[in-house]
Design a binder for this molecule. Structure first.
Ligand SMILES: [Zn+2]
Ligand SMILES: [Zn+2]
Length: 445
């Protein structure tokens, strides 16, 4: 039987041996941000490092994804470790790409550095020779749900079906051989602890709403028009009137914006475009809230005799906190940074496509306090490179060793107890049912 403590020690030493290189990689990616489904340079760096370590990476999974599998001494469960490739758009961030406005204001550059660090550790320490099952190292595209129009274009061209990276990877089968998933996200929140696991989170659906009225001279003949802006305003009021029906525990968030409110000030607006997310803590809560949102939006159209088109796109599903995996990860956090270093899981009202993965298999999104400033803000930075780039790779490696040593006993026990919220097929069918366009047209008077 291999000595687990010695194996963990060996892997951590191999990570430390590449300390400067890993920091340089994280910093290089930080100043070369790329938006989702366009992360070609970043994906190339990952594929290069994997190949240099003797792995045979698959590339271009869901456009830019990279995956390499390390096999243990005998067959068993595959545990994936993910690093997200994409950045966000923050034009006034000091390190924003001057052309695209992309900036690593969510710390995903650290995820890629961690992923590569984990590869160095596992490969150079020869860890898989003492483990059973396999480790899949995956660089994954497009976690941020942005540039919706661009992605709708990719969908029309048949390049993607879903607008997020992990849903798309699930669709193309990149998770078919994976039974458990681990990942790490940076946090810049002030609070006790340095490493932990993110709690359950909201999921969301995304809506694009188009009100269509009739243009007319706003001064001379407004009575000939149908005012799409007034219809939209009533729709927004209808949504607000429904807020008291949302239950606290469902954490519903509906936050619409108007992206086109009219064309000319002396013309009755004949087209108004809005977008909103409908977020909630469970699939049922999201479906309930989105039905009320659709009803309110239709009521606005009905009051004015305008037409409304509501296009609904699947966003991300709620993230489920997995207790057994959290416990396995916690033991290694405590070993690395002590009890006081542990960050207790907390509910997150935002949404991520790690939620989608957590619906179909045991998964955790660890959290590391290596960032500073405001998430998605112009002052976001890497405050603690050790905690951003190095420590999460060590805790992930140690957790992988716990899961896959001794005949992968711990991974198998977790899988035996786990009942997924959805199978992969149920998940894909659910997303496809969510995606639809509904139209309300007034009866002729
Ligand atoms: Zn983000
Ligand atoms: Zn993020």
């Amino acid at each position: 039987m291999p000595d687990i403590a010695a194996l963990k020690e060996r892997v951590c030493r191999a990570i430390d041996a590449h300390y400067d290189e890993i920091l340089a990689l994280g910093e290089d990616i930080r100043v070369h941000p790329e938006l989702g489904f366009k992360e070609h340079r970043t994906a190339g760096l990952v594929a290069e490092r994997f190949a240099a370590l003797g792995m045979a990476p698959q590339t271009r999974l869901a456009v830019t994804g990279v995956k390499a599998v390390l096999r243990g001494r005998s067959p068993g469960p595959t545990v994936a470790y993910l690093g997200e490739l994409d950045s966000v758009l923050v034009r006034d961030h000091p390190d924003a790409d001057p052309e695209t406005g992309a900036a690593h204001a969510c710390g995903h550059n650290a995820q890629i550095a961690t992923l590569v660090a984990l590869a160095y550790g596992l490969v150079e320490a020869g860890a898989l020779a003492d483990l059973d099952g396999a480790v899949a190292l995956m660089a994954v595209p497009a976690e941020e749900y942005v540039e919706v129009e661009y992605r709708m274009g990719l969908r029309e061209q048949g390049v993607i079906e879903f607008l997020g990276g992990k849903p798309e990877l699930i669709r193309v089968g990149a998770f078919d051989d994976v039974q458990i998933t681990l990942s790490t996200h940076q946090t810049s929140e002030d609070g006790p602890g340095r490493l932990g696991v993110s709690g359950a989170s909201n999921g969301c659906v995304v809506k694009r709403i188009r009100y269509l009225g009739t243009a007319a001279h706003a001064g001379a003949e407004p009575f000939k028009g149908v005012n799409a802006l007034k219809a939209a305003m009533l729709g927004l009021q209808g949504i607000d009137a429904n807020r008291e029906t949302f239950k606290d525990e469902d954490h519903i968030r509906v936050h619409p914006i108007i992206t086109k409110g009219g064309a000319l000030v002396n013309v009755i607006p004949d087209e108004v475009i809005m977008e909103t997310y409908v977020r909630g803590a469970s699939v049922e809560a999201i479906l309930d809230a989105q039905a009320k949102v659709d009803r309110a939006l239709q009521a606005g159209a009905m009051a004015l005799g305008a037409r409304v088109e509501i296009t609904t796109l699947p966003g991300y599903l709620p993230r489920i906190l997995h207790d057994d995996l959290t416990q396995a990860y916690r033991e290694n956090v405590v070993a690395l940074v002590g009890e006081q270093g542990w960050i207790e899981p907390r509910f997150g009202a935002g949404s991520t496509d790690m939620g989608d993965v957590s619906q179909i298999m045991p998964a955790i999104e660890a959290t590391a306090n290596g960032a500073g400033g405001t998430g998605h803000g112009a002052d976001y930075c890497i405050r603690d490179p050790e905690m951003a780039y190095i420590a999460p790779a060590k805790t992930a490696a140690m957790t992988l060793i716990d899961l896959l040593s001794n005949g992968a006993a711990r991974a198998n026990a977790i899988l035996a107890r786990h009942k997924p919220a959805m199978t992969r097929d149920e998940y894909l069918a659910f997303l496809r049912r969510l995606a639809r366009t509904s139209t309300w047209t007034p009866e002729p008077m």
